[in-house]
Design a protein around this ligand. Structure first.
Ligand SMILES: *[C@@H]1O[C@H](CO)[C@@H](O)[C@H](O)[C@H]1NC(C)=O
Ligand SMILES: *[C@@H]1O[C@H](CO)[C@@H](O)[C@H](O)[C@H]1NC(C)=O
Length: 402
């Protein structure tokens, strides 16, 4: 690997760590793809999961607004009747089967039958403020319009009916509809993204998605390695391609790591996708093993103390911390600082993740058990330590005699 590539890789590692810290603080914004986090195994399987890269934010927004559950995969019980139709011309409707292909510049008009209907669409459209997306609810149906569509609007559109009674709402899982809509653009064979490259984590035993989505279902798509330049074999078993999602690496190996990109060709035009910087992560097979330590087991009232929770683990594997503490009872907000650093330990580079819980000017209420729970994708482990708070007078006497 050239030194430049190494430098880029180094930077992306930093970005990655930074990204993880950011994520804890606030939910990330929809269309701004930063770091491609790994989809969960079950998200990769069902037909429902199409375009999931851009879905979670939209789903969250819907939840926040209406407190409805995300629609459950319709294939779970009986195949329900789709409530979705496409309006192809004035007064002319067409049943939507799985996918639709329109051209960039066209108008998409979808309708879903029902009095109360919600929609899900590529999150990109939600952030876009040119007013190209319009949703109107009528007595017996709901209408979704995308005006002057662009290649970037390509993705999954779905709707579902819901019912409300006494301020409680629930989804009608038997009344849904979904369609993947391609907006073909001879200039944009790939759905445009904001980033020149994306960092993708390859984890042991976790399928990984390279989301190079095409805007035309007829495009021929191949996968390529940058250094050394070569085409990557796509056998449909270890690596497969889905025209609505991109390439899936089913069993990541350390040898998959490196810089990859997709190439699409259609009608004499050839384009390459965003570059994917694949970083292999040896994901631990178990939950984190935290240790917890208070700066003092006994403090005097009015003194400051802190409790530190530490996890040593694989680099790049995010650990989330939560605390339970005595002051919770009276609603005292936690004051916590977290950081993660690479440390060399026994000849191996490990990540030291730390969460420090601070108590300023301890009071009697702060006496008790401090419990730190550390979580990774494999599970949660909790550890506790007890801190005693002595009344100020006793603490002073103790200090004088000691
Ligand atoms: C759609 O495009 C037409 C023609 O270019 C333009 O006049 C119109 O304002 C556009 N509408 C929206 C909502 O962008
Ligand atoms: C925790 O408190 C001790 C004693 O007050 C102090 O020396 C130490 O620096 C604190 N630790 C952190 C991480 O702030």
């Amino acid at each position: 690997m050239s030194s430049r590539a190494l430098a880029v890789l180094g930077c992306s590692l930093l970005l990655l760590l930074w990204g993880e810290c950011q994520e804890r603080e606030k939910p990330h914004k929809a269309a701004k793809k930063k770091v491609a986090t790994e989809p969960k195994l079950n998200e990769l399987r069902p037909p429902k999961a199409t375009g999931h890269q851009r879905q979670p934010a939209a789903a969250k927004a819907l939840k926040a607004k209406a407190q409805v559950k995300a629609p459950v995969s319709p294939s779970q019980v009986h195949p329900p009747v789709s409530i979705l139709t496409q309006v192809v011309a004035k007064g002319q409707f067409q049943k939507v089967l799985d996918s639709l292909t329109l051209a960039a510049g066209d108008t998409l008009e979808l309708r879903c039958r029902g009095r109360s209907v919600r929609w899900r669409f590529p999150a990109y459209l939600e952030d876009e403020d040119e007013g190209r997306l319009k949703i109107k609810h009528f007595e017996r149906y709901s209408q979704l319009l995308v005006l002057n569509a662009t290649a970037a609007d390509t993705g999954e559109y779905s709707c579902w009916a819901f019912q409300c009674r006494d301020s409680a709402c629930w989804d009608r899982e038997d009344r849904t509809g979904q369609a993947f809509v391609f907006f073909t653009d001879p200039q944009e064979l790939f759905v445009p993204t904001e980033d020149y490259y994306e960092v993708v984590q390859l984890r042991t035993n976790h399928p990984t998605l390279l989301p190079c989505q095409v805007t035309s279902p007829g495009a021929q798509v191949t996968l390529h390695r940058e250094f050394p330049p070569e085409e990557v074999a796509v056998d449909g078993v270890d690596i497969s391609y889905d025209v609505k999602r991109g390439f899936v690496i089913h069993r990541p190996q350390p040898s998959c790591a490196g810089s990859l990109f997709c190439m699409a060709s259609l009608g004499g035009v050839r384009q390459i996708s965003t570059k994917y910087m694949l970083i292999y992560i040896n994901y631990p097979p178990s939950a984190p093993k935290p240790t917890v330590r208070a700066s003092a087991t006994t403090v005097g009232a009015g003194e400051n103390f802190n409790v530190t929770c530490t996890v040593f683990g694989e680099p790049e594997v995010a650990v989330d911390f939560t605390w339970e503490y005595p002051g919770q009872k009276i609603g005292r907000p936690p004051y916590v600082r977290e950081c993660a650093d690479l440390a060399r330990r026994g000849g191996q580079v490990q990540q030291e993740s730390e969460s420090v819980f601070y108590v300023d000017e301890a009071r009697a209420i702060d006496e008790g058990l401090y419990t730190c729970s550390a979580t990774n994708l494999q599970g949660t482990t909790a550890v506790s330590t007890r801190v005693r708070v002595l009344p100020a007078s006793l603490a002073r006497r103790g200090a004088r005699s000691g």
